[in-house]
Write a new protein. Structure first.
Length: 204
């Protein structure tokens, strides 16, 4: 079976989704996938970032992560997307990048990509499920194949039980239960396994 190309596309202000992306990457690599971890460009004004110490610190830490390009999406057999919840929805930075994929869409290059989404939020009922489902609306337009975790592993219930995609709840200091990362790993492995089977089936 040819190697699965997996792109992990994320946005993170204060590091939670960065950690989720890196955790997913490690789990996927262990299964033999070739993985790119890329962040979408920051769009917030410098003065807004500077006014939040945690945000500023994370921006400085993440400078070594490449900025996502359309090639990262075109190259991928599978894409895992991770975004913080913003007012019950996808972060605008991430959405802005998705809105640049129209040329790939027009060429049919998004068809049959395996996709899966993750999020984090401050509140258990603060829009975690809505954010993931909102992302999937765009994925259906891509012609992608959404691979949600469902309840295919006990780690999902332990992480809060979001069957649409792993979501972690962060406290005011940005901390979360690290056991939730087991659900991230499971989701990544499931994506690689399904993408591998489809790649073999499509003979590409
Ligand atoms: C503008 C803004 C809107 C937010 N909206 C929500 C929300 O609707 N529900 C919620 O529970 N948390 C909300 N949060 C908290 C973020 O989801 C939380 O800080 C984020 O998940 C942390 O992820 P990160 O560390 O990767 O940036 C919001 C934060 C900001 C700055």
């Amino acid at each position: 079976m040819s190697t699965v190309h997996l792109t992990i596309l994320y946005y993170s202000s204060t590091g939670t989704n960065y950690t989720m992306a890196q955790t997913a990457a490690a789990a996927a690599s262990e299964l033999g996938a070739e993985v790119r971890v890329v962040r979408v460009a920051e769009l917030a004004p410098q003065e807004v970032i500077a006014s939040n110490l945690a945000w500023k610190a994370h921006v400085e830490k993440a400078t070594s992560v490449p900025i996502a390009t359309l090639d990262d999406i075109g190259w991928a057999d599978a894409v895992i997307i991770s975004t913080p919840t913003r007012f019950g929805n996808v972060a605008s930075q991430l959405k802005q990048f998705l809105d640049t994929t129209g040329s790939l869409w027009a060429q049919g290059k998004l068809t049959n990509k395996v996709v899966s989404a993750m999020t984090s939020a401050s509140n258990l009922h603060g829009g975690q499920e809505a954010t993931v489902l909102s992302l999937y609306t765009s994925m259906y337009h891509w012609g992608a194949i959404v691979v949600a975790p469902g309840y295919t592993d006990s780690s999902i219930a332990a992480a809060g039980g979001n069957p649409y995609g792993t979501s972690l709840t962060v406290d005011i200091d940005g901390k979360f239960d690290i056991n939730g990362l087991e659900a991230v790993k499971h989701q990544a492995r499931r994506v690689v396994t399904v993408a591998g089977a489809l790649k073999k089936g499509f003979n590409v």
